[in-house]
Design a protein around this ligand. Sequence first.
Ligand code: SAH
Length: 392
Amino acid sequence: MAGIVVRPRSRILHGHDWVYASEILKVFGEPKDGDVVSLKDPKDRLLGSAIYNSRSQIVARRFSRQRQPLEADFFGRRLAQAIAYRRETLKLDSKALRLVWSESDGLPGIIVDSYGDVLVLQTLTLAMDRAKTLIVEALVSLLAPRSIVERNDGTGRLAEGLEEVTGVLHGALPGEIEVEIAGLQFRIDPLAGQKTGFYLDQVASYSAVARHAAGRRVLDCFSNSGPFALACAKAGAAQVVAVDSSESAIAAGRRNEARNGLVDRVEWRVANVFDYLSGEEKRGTQWDLIVLDPPSFTKSKGGADGAMRGYKDLHVRALSMLRTGGRLATFTCSHHVGDAAFREMLGEATLDAKRAVRIVETYRQSPDHPVLLWMPETEYLRGYLLEVMPGR
Ligand code: SAH
């Protein structure tokens, strides 16, 4: 089998599963992009099997510590393990769930989201994209879904030389699906919504934040189809405003509001959050609870400085508009923004806003997005609930 010998001190020798181009000592046996290769250390010891793509910055992604071809048995086993982890270890019984999350489930590039009996597949690496038929067959035999669709329209595929494609892989065109998330009904179109239909990584945070909403004036920034806003309205918020720049997301939010019998409880605004906040600040509006769940402002390490300035500006505004005792639920979803950097930015924002805050709660990505101890990239979503302290 063709393979790669890695340089001393490569991250894969320290537990990580990726090999970057700069970490390659030697490529032997002329592997082709999309092949399975053997990984060896400089002393010729086997490190495992990996998928290979010379076009990507990450040339090899290890998926097994043994010799292992990508065959039907392998997919059946790994997918069953991923499903068992959610059901048995985490005891998750939600119908909306990330069933498979790439490296964190030993399947680099494969993402499977389940919305009841409809599965949404993404194959973001060349080797896994080629194995799509095997993956679909394994999912059908394990879960007997009504439909499997592919949402292979993320920009991530471009780095692997893959085209963007969406469509049905198994069963009939699913149409819209109704699922319950955080005690609310949402209608999801798996072929049209942002991401695969829903931000499943935030599911655990909706109810947690909504526990602080009763009787309060709540502003949900970057609301998308409104899960934070609606959870807060349902929990008895006195007033809720939801702001998102996407017209279709806000339209979906209005429909979700009606579906949950929350008539006229949320004021929906199609607006740029930065403009909205500065307008409200000038008017002297005050809030009791503000949610900031912005998109990842940076996809690269180099962009992190610019992202931090953007985040900080947002936080200064939000903190200034909170009344004493008010709370800010704030999230970052870029693994390039580590916990220390996020907290430092929050600290600077409180200084500029002249507010003293304490940390009431911390949030993480939902547990169906598992974190690998040796792979910091898998831990990407962090959040804090801050309270503006009285008398300071
Ligand atoms: N809180 C949402 C997810 C937010 S994702 C949920 O849990 O479902 C980020 C959202 O920010 C997207 O819906 C996107 O449309 C919106 N967005 C991006 N830039 C924006 C801006 N400058 N102003 C307002 N909304 C923006």
